[in-house]
Each structure stands twice: as C-alpha cells, then as structure tokens.
Design a protein around this ligand. Sequence first.
Ligand SMILES: *Cc1c(COP(=O)(O)O)cnc(C)c1O
Length: 361
Amino acid sequence: MPRVYNFSAGPSMLPLPVLERAAAEMTDYNGSGMSVAEMSHRSKIYESIIHETEESLRRILSIPDNYKVLFMQGGATLQFAAVPMNLIGKTGKADYVISGQFSDKAYKEAKKYGDIRVVASSADENFTYVPHITRADIRDDASYVHICYNNTIYGTRYNYIPDTGDIPLTADMSSYILSEPFDVTKFGLIYAGAQKNMGPAGVTVVIVREDLLGNALPFTPALTDYKITADNESMYNTPPCYSIYMMGLVFKWIEETGGLAAMKERNERKAKILYDYLDSQDYYIAPVKPEFRSVMNVTFVTGSTELDKKFAAEAEKAGLVNLKGHRSVGGMRASIYNAMPEEGIIKLVEFMKEFAKNNKK
Ligand SMILES: *Cc1c(COP(=O)(O)O)cnc(C)c1O
C-alpha cells in the first residue's frame, strides 16, 4: 500500500527519510549490534543519542544556556499539573488565558494547586479568535501566566507573543513548536508533546529558564519535578528511549533541510494553498477569524453534519486520511504539520473541489 496523506492532529505524519533511517537502524544501531529499543539508557551509546538530541534542539531554536531542556513523560497533559506544581510556589497564584479546550484543561488542572484566575477567554465566540492580553491584565503577584500558543482543536494561533513584563510567560506549544523560528527568551517555560511536530508519542519537551527551578510544592512527585529532572539530565528513571531517538532523527532532518526559517517558508506556503482556496469559494466555511488562523491546523465545515461525515469518508478512500474534526467540534480539520508535503495539500484541495461539485447543498 502506498503511503497515505495523514492529516491527523497527533500522532501525526513523520518525515519519510526519518522513518526510513529508523527502519535501516532498527536491528543494528550504528554498529552496536542492537536496536535503540534494546539499549540500556545508561550506556555510552545511548547517552550520546540523548545528548545529541538535546544539542540539536538547542541549535534549531537557539536556546540560550540559561534554559534547561528536559525530556519528560505523560504528555502535555501531565504538564498541566507539573507547571503549577513547579512554578506556583513563590506566591500561590497564577493567571491563565483560555483560548480553547487544552488551555481550559490546563486551567482546571492548575486550580488543584493554587489560586488561579482567568485573565481572558475566547469562549464567548466559540474560540474562533485568540484574546489580546498585556501586562496590565495580569496580577502583580501571579507566579506566572499560562497560554496555549496554537489551539489544535479550533485551528487558531497567537499572532503575537504577549508581553507579560516581569511575570514569566509559560506556553503549551504542542502543535506549534518547530513550525517556525521564535524567540525562546520571551518565555519562562515552554512545553510540547512530541507527537504533533517532533516525533512519536511518549516524550514531552520542556524548556525552562533556570531561575524558575527550585520552587516545587513539597508534594511534587520526583518525576514531575523540573529541578530533579534537570539535575539528572532527564534520566532520573528510564526515559522514553526510543521516542527520544526518533525525535533526534526529526531534529536532524530539520537541520538538514534548512532549519526553522526554511520550515516557516514551506509551512506558510502550504497553509496558503488551503486558505486561499477556502477564501475563494462559498461551499466550505472556515470559522476562524483570518488574523488568528493556525498554520498547522486548518478547520472548515460544509454546514451539514451529513456532508461533513461523507467528506471524511470519501477523502479516506482517496488516500487523504484523518480529516474528521475533533469529536467535540465536528466538521473537518486538516493538520498540516512539518512532515506533510505540499503535494498532500494540493491533493486535498483537488478533492475538496471535486466533492463540492458532486455534492450540491
Ligand atoms: C495534543 C495536545 C495536548 C495533549 O497532549 P497529550 O500529549 O495527549 O497529553 C495538549 N495541548 C495541545 C496544544 C495539544 O495539541
């Protein structure tokens, strides 16, 4: 079976050269006579894999030396708890922006650990935009501010980095990270599950400014404690060895294909093909306000639940899979992360035109 164009929001497509290299190295990694999946995480050879992976990410994102890079488990969802457990200790308070379902989940989880206030929410317009916040909206004694930078389910993104002044900005970047360059120093902490744009599920990247470490609440489990994780170079216990290795292959692929500047150019060109088509017709409706359109997750509906269902089913037969929108919002969603080739989007637009012609409303 030829490879399909997989528009899944995550786990999502991986670059073919990465999969091929992993396959070639599956039974004998670099002359070791074993698979990375079989290696001791304390071995010299694995240590070099995890270190190279971190170094590669540091180069790609120009991460300064005063930031720690941590490889953790439990997905972005465990970070919803880890962030407050580690950062709220200074004042017991934190401020959250609600711009979709994941930021709402993060907010609800954080409420278990302190005094959490909602700074702003776009629930009033069904999350079709991203709120604008400034330092004046944030409590002076908030330990941090939390945002979700790209809203995977609704297909919106921040088109600015909030200036939170002296209050550290923390961001869930699960479906945004590595899609374009951004200034790490504008953030106190960034976290992202790997399975959207970095690799297979199982590893979560946390990038945290050093001065924020060391304030964990007393009951914080060792495995969610950033300081303990940093002090043990992400190997307090067995890390998700194979996922980290594959993520490292993805980082190498990014470096070999021009880094994030080239990635941004490709991603914007890809998204433009789809949004230009959506704007040129009136069969499909794109609910997101144009200035907040995500470059990674593109949402649209036909306006009929029946036709939406038919669309996803027929697209699947044409080799365009996982276009069904999130179960909570319906419609369609095309997740077009780094590994989705431009050709996949051209095929999708051709399919959309054909479908509109054959299924009059
Ligand atoms: C996918 C996703 C999550 C949930 O990630 P898990 O790894 O399943 O916990 C959280 N936030 C955002 C923005 C996501 O895209």
